[in-house]
Ligand binder design. Structure first.
Ligand SMILES: [Zn+2]
Length: 188
């Protein structure tokens, strides 16, 4: 039952994002070309590059499209990227310009790191569960404000309440896990 807790044998390369059942590899970075036709048949490809091309089949609980290939489920937007541009460099995420997780329009996707992903979520006012809050489209000034007020002794809980985000988001902002590129010399 808990076999996934067993440490990998030394001859097995650890996977960057192990899945509990050991089979699914949602972060696949390549795909066999034989899946191409089946993949695009599940995408509502519009005539325009502007519109979102939504995934029409199953979705993960987080809202991302779910594509079955090689005995596991994969993030559909990653497969869109792979089929359009080729393999995804190790460890990189495929992010959405359009903030629509079900979108597989390759023109709406870009590559980034995990922290880019977190910063992107914060800037779009979205937490890790994908909830949106219209009042939290952060600007660099807001980020600096939060860090300054925290440095002056305000609590993360109070700041989170005021800015309409979770305390965890404030924590990531003040620890510079996100928005690390926003710098204020007076705070260092
Ligand atoms: Zn889109």
């Amino acid at each position: 039952m808990n076999s996934y807790r067993v440490a990998p044998r030394s001859d097995e390369l650890p996977r960057p994002w192990p899945q509990p059942n050991g089979r699914c590899d949602t972060m696949k970075s390549t795909i066999s070309p034989r899946y191409e036709t089946r993949f695009w048949s599940r995408v509502d490809r519009r005539d325009s590059e502007e519109e979102c091309w939504e995934w029409t089949a199953g979705r993960f609980s987080t809202g991302y499209g779910q594509f079955w290939a090689d005995g596991g489920s994969v993030y559909a937007h990653r497969i869109s990227w792979v089929l359009t541009h080729g393999p995804i460099p190790n460890g990189l995420h495929v992010l959405h310009h359009c903030d629509n997780r079900a979108c597989c329009n390759p023109h709406h996707l870009f590559l980034g790191t995990h922290s880019d992903n977190m910063a992107d979520m914060v800037s779009k006012g979205r937490n890790v569960k994908g909830e949106r809050s219209p009042n939290t489209k952060f600007s660099a000034e807001t980020i600096l404000d939060i860090r300054r007020r925290y440095a002056q002794g305000e609590t993360q809980v109070a700041l989170a309440r005021e800015y309409g985000v979770r305390q965890g988001t404030v924590s990531r902002i003040v620890r510079r896990t996100v928005w690390a590129h926003v710098c204020d010399p007076s705070l260092t």
